[in-house]
Design a protein around this ligand. Structure first.
Ligand SMILES: [Zn+2]
Length: 101
């Protein structure tokens, strides 16, 4: 896994976006700059206990995490971090993950 997660920042209004969009939902600008973020705060945890069509599915924890003042994202949690925890972010392909610092 790569450390950090790539987000996009609108050059028009400075909004942080993830995942990438064609147009900024705030100002409809189309120019973005990549930014790498490395930490976030857990806000909410969900557990996915079943996945249709997957026989050997292990329960997975996903977290809604706050990355910046104006950006939250959903990440796969790799440990037992709970709400309020500071986590470090990783990325595998497009998918973001996190675990305790
Ligand atoms: Zn914008």
């Amino acid at each position: 896994m790569m450390p950090g997660v790539t987000i996009w920042r609108c050059t028009g209004c400075n909004a942080a976006l993830f995942p990438e969009r064609l147009l900024c939902p705030h100002c409809h600008g189309a120019r973005f700059e990549n930014e790498r973020v490395h930490e976030a705060t857990v806000e909410e945890i969900s557990v996915i206990r079943h996945m249709l069509g997957q026989e050997n599915w292990q329960p997975r924890r996903i977290a809604n995490v706050r990355v910046t003042d104006d950006l939250c994202m959903t990440v796969g949690l790799l440990d037992e971090s709970g709400p309020g925890a500071r986590i470090v972010l990783f990325q595998e392909g497009e998918a973001p993950y996190g675990r305790a610092k």
